[in-house]
Design a protein. Structure first.
Ligand SMILES: Cc1cc2nc3c(=O)[nH]c(=O)nc-3n(C[C@H](O)[C@H](O)[C@H](O)COP(=O)(O)OP(=O)(O)OC[C@H]3O[C@@H](n4cnc5c(N)ncnc54)[C@H](O)[C@@H]3O)c2cc1C
Length: 391
């Protein structure tokens, strides 16, 4: 299906009796980045299927931060690659990714400080801008904090905040312009497998024959992987964000201020603040705000930032972080099923890694291997023996 007929069917929510070279399951930031990177490399017969609307999953609910201090060591090359890609995003895609270098400040007490010191040494080796701060220097950057139990801060002035919706729309627009199909309201309900190869997907709008399927299903990645006989160890953990009205102490700029042990964080959002804190594993797919959790958030916020005493909570939302046991994503081909790829388990770091995820998967699919960074660690085989995966 090409040209005018295709454009019309995209508008109408069409019947999907079709074929594609690649089907991507999931229209979050990772699936969209992949659609763009495939199309950019000339693989334009791509069909991305999103059961809801683009960004309806975790990608539309994040705190939107990119910082080299957050992901694990294995992901550092990915965040470096992504940071560089975001810096040239406007030039490459013609859209503003909304980057604001507000600075990132991670702080830790007895438990968290050693890892922050280690990360600082590593970042210095890699030539990444970062400084170690004592509590006095922390309170110059973010005033109004209680710091008696904080030992050290890891600060980078050049890191900050992105605009995930703009990034997703830019990827979607450019992927479509290059020929990819990006369809909302189409749910993938199963895989077609012939022998030990992927042959297609079943969807709420009909089947699509394809030799290549990518699992970018975010909080549903475990379900999709199970269709391929894989039991991926991903746990969906709920995280809340609450927004306040203006707070007298915080009318000026402050960095993204993140306490590593809990974790708890805050940054400016409009005239007020955005405050985030994690809670528990959940089976919810469309997580709602648990207002009883607000008491816990307020308690800790007033402990860590007593200046918040005059803050009024104005809104809140909750989202899911699909987390693996080592908090690194699961990327790459399934060894037992040709044509099936995972691009999932991004936990709390999928926004900052969007360019890297898309580029890595596009290389694997088009070139048969990913060469932009060392990807060996990210294979699903680090958790399970492929012998346990049965079709
Ligand atoms: C509160 C919060 C704060 C966060 N803060 C940050 C941050 O500051 N920085 C950062 O980098 N990351 C952050 N994250 C993490 C980040 O949001 C995620 O890692 C990222 O959005 C994952 O993107 P994704 O594309 O893999 O998944 P998603 O955005 O969840 O996309 C998956 C999509 O797949 C669709 N789907 C699922 N199953 C099917 C199916 N069968 N058929 C069709 N479609 C399907 C879903 O509807 C969904 O839209 C945060 C997360 C939360 C919850």
């Amino acid at each position: 299906m090409r040209g005018a007929a295709r454009a019309e069917s995209q508008q109408q929510g069409w019947a999907v009796n079709d074929t594609a070279d690649v089907v991507i399951i999931g229209g979050g930031i990772q699936g969209l980045s992949l659609a763009y990177h495939l199309a950019l490399r000339g693989a334009t017969d791509v069909c991305l299927l999103e059961k809801d609307t683009l960004g309806a999953g975790s990608s539309g609910r994040s705190a939107a931060i990119i910082g080299h201090g957050f992901p694990n060591e294995h992901c550092l090359p990915l965040v470096q690659l992504s940071y560089a890609a975001f810096m040239r995003f406007q030039e490459e895609l013609g859209f503003d990714p909304g980057y604001e270098p507000i600075g990132c400040l991670l702080m830790g007490g007895t438990e968290g400080a050693p890892a922050l010191r280690q990360r600082h040494a590593l970042l210095k080796e890699l030539g990444v801008d970062s400084q170690l701060l004592d509590p006095a220097a922390i309170s110059e950057l973010t005033p109004g904090l209680y710091l008696d139990d904080i030992e050290v801060g890891l600060y980078s002035a050049s890191e900050g905040c992105l605009e995930p919706h703009s990034i997703m729309m830019a990827y979607a627009h450019q992927a479509r312009r290059l020929g990819a199909r990006i369809l909302e309201g189409v749910e993938v309900t199963g895989l077609e497998i012939k022998g030990s190869r992927v042959a297609g997907v079943r969807t709420s709008s009909g089947p699509i024959a394809t030799p290549c399927v990518v699992n970018a299903a975010g909080f549903r990645a475990q379900t999709v992987a199970a269709w391929a006989g894989m039991d991926l160890p991903i746990t969906n953990v709920k995280r809340h964000i609450f927004c306040t009205g203006p707070v007298a102490t915080y009318t000026g700029p402050i960095p993204f201020t993140y306490e590593v042990e809990l974790p708890w964080y805050m940054r400016r959002e409009g005239p007020g603040l955005l405050i985030g804190m994690g809670n528990a594993e959940t089976r919810e797919e469309d997580p709602k705000v648990d207002w009883s959790f607000l008491d816990e958030v307020i308690d800790h916020s007033l402990y860590r930032a007593p200046a918040l005493i005059d803050a009024g909570i104005q809104s809140g939302w909750a989202g899911l972080r699909p987390i693996t046991p080592d908090d690194d994503p699961i990327l790459g081909p399934a060894p037992h099923l040709a044509g099936f790829f995972n691009d999932c388990g991004w936990g709390g770091h999928g926004i900052m890694h969007a360019p890297a995820g898309g580029q890595i998967l596009a290389e694997w699919i088009i070139d048969g291997e990913a060469t932009c960074v060392d990807t060996r660690h990210f294979r699903a085989e680090r958790f399970r023996s492929p012998r346990s995966w049965k079709l």
